[in-house]
Design a protein around this ligand. Structure first.
Ligand code: 9L3
Ligand code: MG
Length: 153
């Protein structure tokens, strides 16, 4: 029965063309250090280029969120992080992607824009002054909570 259920569940998750249409998780890190949070300026796709985001990326099969986030930050910023508590609500993205954010602290390395246009540390006051048009739409709702975290820090 368990095998049958699994087969049905697996089959239901495949489209007619065999593509996988199950939701995929994307994870993003709010790296906080010295009262500031690190935002990264996206290089692509065109509609998001130049906008600030919490850095991160897709969770690959077999990875926990924390593993995926550590890997993404290593790849994108060349830094090692310790992943902490979840922040904010999950955000539904187009293409059945679900975005999750976590607090993080730097363990080693200096974050660099290896895949982004730029990286910058923002204080709560600087976040409040940020034009929301310059923030990736999916990340906009997290700004007030990020300000609160920095106010407490
Ligand atoms: N995304 C949105 N906000 C974020 C992150 C890390 C990602 N803070 C969206 C952009 C892409 C998708 O998730 O549509 C996958 O992210 P990536 O692998 O292009 O970074
Ligand atoms: Mg990414």
């Amino acid at each position: 029965f368990v095998t049958m259920s699994w087969m049905i569940a697996t089959k239901a998750a495949r489209g007619a063309d065999g593509t996988d249409d199950r939701p995929k998780d994307v994870v993003a890190a709010a790296i906080v250090d010295d009262g500031r949070v690190l935002l990264a300026q996206r290089a692509h796709p065109a509609e998001l280029a130049g906008k600030w985001e919490l850095p991160g990326g897709r969770v690959e099969s077999g990875e926990t969120h924390a593993q995926a986030l550590s890997r993404e930050i290593r790849e994108e910023l060349g830094a090692e992080i310790e992943v902490g508590a979840r922040i904010g609500a999950q955000v539904m993205l187009p293409n059945r992607l679900v975005l999750h954010a976590y607090r993080a602290r730097l363990r080693s390395g200096t974050p660099a824009a290896l895949e982004h246009l730029d990286v910058q540390w923002f204080s709560a006051d600087e976040l409040r002054l940020l034009d929301l048009d310059d923030v990736v739409p999916a990340d906009r709702d997290w700004i007030p909570e990020l300000c609160a975290i920095l106010d407490d820090a």
